[in-house]
Structures are given as structure tokens and as C-alpha cells.
Design a protein around this ligand. Structure first.
Ligand code: ZN
Length: 486
């Protein structure tokens, strides 16, 4: 089996080779915890969770860091505007610390609801201030920094390959320097490593700036820049060169470009070998924005009767590099697909596995096709995380199961295939498909007897009773089969 990914570093699909055989060091830019995450935000985390699962299915041991940005991410994503956390504190009438704690907890609950594997480390930026200041010191000692009135900046002109990652036209940037361009900056693309608390203000989150980092020894408290945080935490927990770094495509021109400039200037070695980026999710064909009120959260979805797993399946239907479009109709279609898949998973309770010890099973084509489908599933995902292709394989295999007589389906092959689906796509098909109760089973037998005896009134009565408990019965050539109705 071979893994390959589209790599922003080379701008093409590259075969994946980890630095250390059998091990992967992975960094994912985590959330800025100042608000509830929207379906758009969650899209990234679902894809990167699927990446982890795919690496693991290929026998790789994954050490993963996903940071929590709890300070320093400014409203503009660059160096202007208010800190999102401090702004959130004003909005919620609380402190930035409380905002961070509340939304971090909500993020972790959402991760669990979406069945996202917990990263090995989830460092908070505020707990790595010392490492971030140490990185500023290294960059200052190497001559990459300069101080202006609002902070310590990185001089991007000192890093000759600065524009390569995002194919930036730096000359055009200079020529068309925007109105909001800070005139004290040497180059439009220079960015703040460490910002000073504005004169006369007191932030909830601020730290003393070590005297040796300040040009004139004037005491100024400050806070880290968002880009610096990721570099410092990645280095502290994963080392100077990591295998894979992931984020959204909006991170390419500024955030990731800056992470590379800082890390590689400081260490003199490549920061990450593979850079993967997910595309955006639109809602009803438009960008998610506060003013449109279309930034649906998991809570909004649950209020409308959807499971977070419906969203998970919906997201996986598109490739991570294509732009997705969320509508409630699309989500309802995903919910139906998940229900159909759950009903195939429920067949395992209804198969009397007479084939288990039968030597002829090796030759049973359906059995073989289910084992082959498991293999094809992992192979398809290994090809640049082709989740849409993986879904088509599942549909094909399940269609074959549904068109077969129950007694020709090998229970072990079916369970093993569904286990693989759960492992790589995290859809919890086994966990969400419990067997029905003995009472319900007795009712189904009674219903069959009533039908055989042409007592249709009783048969309908039983059907209605089962329906109340969310179970429907379908009569097939293999006998009655029960299904969930939701
Ligand atoms: Zn980052």
C-alpha cells in the first residue's frame, strides 16, 4: 500500500515517506477559542481526523499536535485589529481567560460528538509563552527581527524564499501596499512575532517582555503573534522538522508562510515535509459570515434533529481539496445515506452465521468481495485522502449485500468490512446499530405467523407497535428483515 498526498510545498502529489520509518509527526493548526465552531470550522478537523485514521490504517504510529490558540489571533488574521479573545471577553462580559476556557471545553465536546480522535498533545498557546519568547530570541540573535512602536517584527526580506510557499508576488505587494499598511514596517509582508500591549491599555492576557528582547530596554508588556505560537509549539513537541503540517487553504499565504519563515530561519532545516490544506465550506452557496447568520454550529444541527455523525458523513462526501456546499437538504441526504448504511450494519444481528466454519467460504464471491472492499477502502483513502471514492466503494459493496439472500452473506466478512469503515471514516456504524430487544424479536415472529395465517389486522397492529419503537420490518425472499426508521 502506498500513501500519497497533494503537497503545497511541491505543488504536486507526492509519495509519502515519513522521516522515521513507521512513525509520523503531524501538526494541525487548531481553533482560536473565542466562539463556537461553525460547520465550516469543523470541516477541517473532520478531514484531518480522517488523515490520522488513514495513516494508522497503513500501520503508521501517529504523534499529533493540535494547538489551542487562546491568545494573539487578531481579527484581521494579520497584525491589525483586536485580539479575538479580548474581543470575545468584551462581548461575553467576562475575561479572555474565561472565554478561552469556555470555548475550549465546547471544542473538546464537539470533537467527541464528531468522533474525532484526541490528538497526542493539545497545547495552549498561553502555556508556551516561554518557548515563544525563546524563539524570538533566536531570531533576534540571527538578525531577523526589528522593533517598532507596536511590537517586535520579522523582516521577511531577510528570508529569500519567503514568497515561494504561496507563490506570492512580493514586488506587487510592495507596489500596491494597502492603505492599512503600517508605515513603520520595512516590508508589507513583515509580521509581528511579539506585540506590545497598546499604551495606556491593560489586557487580560499579557506578559513581561524580557529586557534582552527590547531594543532600548524600555519595559513593555506584550503577547505573542499567532504565527509564532504554532512554530514554537510544533518545535517544542515534535522537533525541528515534522512530517505533515495541515490547515485551511486560507492559511497558505500568511499563517503558514510565516510559520515556515520563522521556523526555518531559526533552525536552518526544513520545517515540514508535507503541507496539506483543506478547501472552504460554503453554506447555501455563499461564504459563512456572521452578518448572514449562516455559521451553523453543532448545537444548531442537533436542534434540527441531526446527529454530528450526519455532518461527519456529509463532509466526507467531498474531497478535502474541493470547495464544499452545506445546505440542510444536503445534510438530510447525508443522514439518509447514514441510515441506509446503519441498516446494512444491522444485518449482522440477523444473519445466522452457518458459513463461519464452512470451508467453502473462501470461494464465496460475496465474502471475497467484502474483504476486497475493505482493502480498496484503505487504498482509496491512501490516495490523497479520496473520501468521495471511499464512499462509492462502500455503496457498491453494500448494494451487493442488499441484493443478496441473507443466508449467502458471511457475517464475519460483513462485520470486518464495517469495522474497517468505522476505523478509517469514524462513522460509528457498529456503535449506533444495537440489536433489537427480545420482545421486539418475538413481535416480529408473531407478525410473520399472523401474516402466514392471513390475520392481517393483527399483523398491521404489530407493525404499528414496532414502528413506535423506531423499527420497520421488510419482507424479503430471505424472510423478514428489520430496519431502523431513524
Ligand atoms: Zn498554525
Amino acid at each position: 500500500m502506498s500513501l500519497q498526498f497533494h503537497n503545497q510545498l511541491s505543488k504536486k502529489v507526492d509519495a509519502f515517506t515519513p522521516l522515521q520509518e513507521g512513525k509520523v509527526h503531524l501538526y494541525t493548526c487548531g481553533p482560536t477559542v473565542y466562539n463556537y465552531l461553525t460547520v465550516g470550522n469543523w470541516t477541517a478537523y473532520v478531514y484531518w481526523d480522517t488523515l490520522v485514521r488513514t495513516l494508522q490504517a497503513n500501520g503508521l504510529e501517529v504523534t499529533r499536535v493540535m494547538n489551542i490558540t487562546d491568545v494573539g489571533h487578531l481579527v484581521s488574521d494579520a497584525d491589525d485589529g483586536e485580539d479575538k479573545l479580548e474581543k470575545g471577553a468584551k462581548r461575553d462580559g467576562t475575561t479572555a481567560w474565561e472565554v478561552a476556557a469556555h470555548y475550549t471545553e465546547d471544542f473538546i465536546e464537539g470533537m467527541q460528538a464528531l468522533n474525532l480522535i484526541a490528538p497526542t498533545h493539545m497545547p495552549k498557546a498561553t502555556e508556551y509563552i516561554e518557548q515563544q519568547l525563546a524563539l524570538v530570541r533566536v531570531l533576534k540573535d540571527k538578525g531577523y527581527t526589528y522593533q517598532i512602536s507596536d511590537g517586535i517584527y520579522y523582516d521577511t526580506s531577510k528570508f529569500p524564499t519567503y514568497g515561494d510557499f504561496a507563490d506570492l508576488d512580493l514586488d506587487a505587494q510592495k507596489a500596491g501596499a494597502r492603505v492599512e499598511f503600517n508605515p513603520e514596517k520595512r516590508n508589507p509582508s513583515d509580521f509581528a512575532l511579539w506585540k506590545f500591549t497598546p499604551e495606556g491599555e491593560k489586557r487580560d492576557m499579557e506578559w513581561a517582555t524580557p529586557a534582552d528582547l527590547l531594543d532600548k530596554g524600555v519595559e513593555r508588556p506584550g503577547f505573542p503573534g499567532w504565527h509564532l505560537e504554532c512554530s514554537a509549539m510544533a518545535m517544542a513537541l515534535l522537533g525541528e522538522t515534522i512530517d505533515i503540517h495541515t490547515g485551511g487553504i486560507d492559511h497558505i499565504p500568511v499563517h503558514h508562510t510565516n510559520e515556515i519563515a520563522q521556523s526555518e530561519a531559526a533552525n536552518g532545516v526544513i520545517f515540514a515535509n508535507y503541507w496539506l490544506h483543506n478547501n472552504h465550506l460554503k453554506v447555501d452557496g455563499t461564504k459563512i459570515s456572521k452578518s448572514l447568520g449562516n455559521g451553523y454550529t453543532l448545537q444548531d444541527l442537533e436542534e434540527k434533529g441531526f446527529s454530528p455523525l450526519d455532518l461527519r458523513l456529509f463532509i466526507l462526501q467531498s474531497h478535502y481539496r474541493t470547495e464544499g456546499n452545506f445546505t440542510f437538504d444536503n445534510l438530510a441526504a447525508a443522514r439518509n445515506r447514514r441510515l441506509n448504511w446503519r441498516n446494512v450494519a444491522a444485518l449482522r444481528h440477523q444473519i445466522h452465521d452457518t458459513l463461519t466454519t464452512d470451508e467453502s467460504t473462501e470461494e464465496d464471491s460475496k465474502t471475497i468481495s467484502l474483504y476486497a472492499a475493505s482493502k480498496a477502502l484503505v487504498e482509496t483513502l491512501s490516495d490523497d485522502l479520496n473520501t468521495a471514492g471511499a464512499m462509492a466503494i462502500i455503496d457498491g459493496a453494500f448494494d451487493a449485500v442488499l441484493s443478496s439472500r441473507l443466508d449467502t452473506i458471511h457475517q464475519h466478512a460483513l462485520v470486518s468490512f464495517i469495522e474497517t469503515i468505522d476505523e478509517v471514516l469514524g462513522l460509528k456504524l457498529l456503535d449506533t446499530t444495537p440489536d433489537i430487544s427480545d420482545d421486539q424479536k418475538r413481535l416480529i415472529i408473531e407478525r410473520t405467523r399472523a401474516r402466514d395465517g392471513k390475520d392481517y389486522a393483527r399483523s398491521d397492529e404489530i407493525r404499528d407497535e414496532l414502528a413506535k419503537s423506531g423499527i420497520a420490518v421488510r419482507d424479503t425472499a430471505s424472510g423478514p428483515i428489520w430496519e431502523y426508521t431513524h
